[in-house]
Design a protein around this ligand. Structure first.
Ligand code: MN
Length: 400
């Protein structure tokens, strides 16, 4: 048996207990939690029969499908078990395991919930419009449906996408590798239990459906996006890859991070009203080639996760275990809090210095890492691990 200790300052103390999927060489992926620098196998820790058979699955979906009461019960059992003697076979050092995509992603929606980001993009994409926000923006959480198969786990390389683009002075569109490859620092929320078609999830009941949160980097090709997005919204400029953290931090661990959203004025329609809408005090950082270039604050997000899920289903759309809805780029009011490089460099016109070099958009070989911390119930800080990706050269050459 083993008694685990948590290093001082660890983001994976007993107030976190995130969920993930790991493997060691020669064995199949299984579910796990993390304590300090160790991964703890949930099947070995808690059991593998009856309801606990879900812990031997290669994804979290069967466990998530058991519902909110079961998530609460299992969290209590994990907390008790990891505080005592743990079977040796359950414990692996983090350096000795491979972490996998923790969920089978069902459907994926990306929102646009930061007023600061939406206003900055409005100024950049529609400079002649006097109001940077579109008329609908403060009445509903704007979003679009993305490509679930493009969601990958941290550490997966990102191949530069190719596509059509046409700059304002180009006489005709060209095809080739994106020249304005960007990131979007976001949080993703994982739906644990969905709703039947025609039976929307109310804003106040949404928290019983949301299993947890992940870091989410929505890689974006701005030149492809700018040419394609009118009038139906993002398509190929977004659908090639999004990177998530390997750890899903349970919403039950994020209780202490709840804060009211910024005041919502005008008052939303009744189906979006909450008393009050709660956001999350999660502090992100964006590291570009080893240098932190931005610190986006999730607490500044206008729409709450519960309002996003309520809106997503209000038309009767069904959701399923494993659905992911992401927040949209997280940007605060300060320049140093902008969660996308198009904002940070103002459309590429104001380069930032990264490791002594002037940079605007991503170059081949660049690496981006998202990290975040949140307050835990016991006064500690909680972490998500990393959402890390490296840009590889396009495999599709330019055609003229
Ligand atoms: Mn996005």
């Amino acid at each position: 048996m083993t008694r685990l200790t948590v290093p001082a300052g660890s983001l994976f103390g007993p107030a976190n207990l995130p969920y993930g999927v790991y493997s060691v060489a020669g064995s199949a992926p299984r579910t796990a939690t993390r304590l300090g620098d160790h991964v703890v196998d949930l099947g070995v820790l808690l059991g593998e029969t009856g309801d606990d058979a879900v812990f031997t699955a290669p994804v979290l979906n069967p466990f998530m499908a058991q519902g909110h009461d079961r998530w609460a019960e299992v969290r209590e059992r994990i907390a008790t078990a990891v505080a005592g003697d743990i079977p040796d076979g359950a414990v692996h050092h983090i350096d000795d395991v491979t972490l996998h995509l923790p969920i089978e992603v069902a459907d994926y929606v990306d929102f646009y919930a930061s007023e600061h980001h939406a206003a900055n993009l409005g100024r950049l994409f529609r400079p002649d419009n006097p109001d940077p926000l579109m008329p609908n923006w403060k009445h509903l959480p704007v979003g679009y449906h993305g490509r679930s198969a493009s969601i990958v786990v941290s550490g997966t390389d990102i191949v530069r996408p190719s596509g059509q683009r046409k700059g304002p002075t180009d006489p005709a569109p060209i095809f080739g590798p994106s020249a304005r490859l960007d990131i979007e620092a976001e949080l993703g929320f994982v739906v644990g239990t969905g709703n039947a078609m025609g039976e929307p999830i109310g804003a106040e009941e949404a928290e019983r459906h949301i299993f947890g949160a992940v870091l989410f980097n929505d890689w974006s090709a701005r030149d492809i996006q700018a040419w394609e997005y009118v009038p139906l919204g993002p398509n190929l400029g977004k659908s090639f890859a999004s990177t998530i953290s390997p750890w899903v931090v349970p919403m039950l661990a994020l209780d202490a991070a709840r804060v009211p959203t910024p005041a919502q004025d005008p008052e939303p329609l009744p189906y979006l009203r909450m008393d009050p809408p709660w956001g999350l005090d999660i502090a992100l950082e964006v590291e570009w080639n080893g240098e932190v270039v931005s610190r986006p604050p999730y607490a500044a997000m206008y729409w709450s996760p519960a309002q996003m899920l309520a809106h997503l289903t209000v038309n009767g759309a069904p959701t399923r275990t494993g659905d992911v809805f992401a927040s949209g780029t997280i940007s605060g009011p300060e320049k140093s809090q902008r969660g996308a490089f198009i904002e940070l460099t103002w459309g590429g016109t104001q380069p930032v210095t990264v490791k002594g070099q002037e940079r605007t958009f991503l170059q081949d070989g660049d690496e981006v890492v998202l990290r975040a911390t949140a307050p835990g119930r016991d006064g500690s800080r909680l972490g998500f691990g990393e959402a890390h990706g490296r840009v590889l050269a396009s495999k599709t050459p330019r055609e003229d």
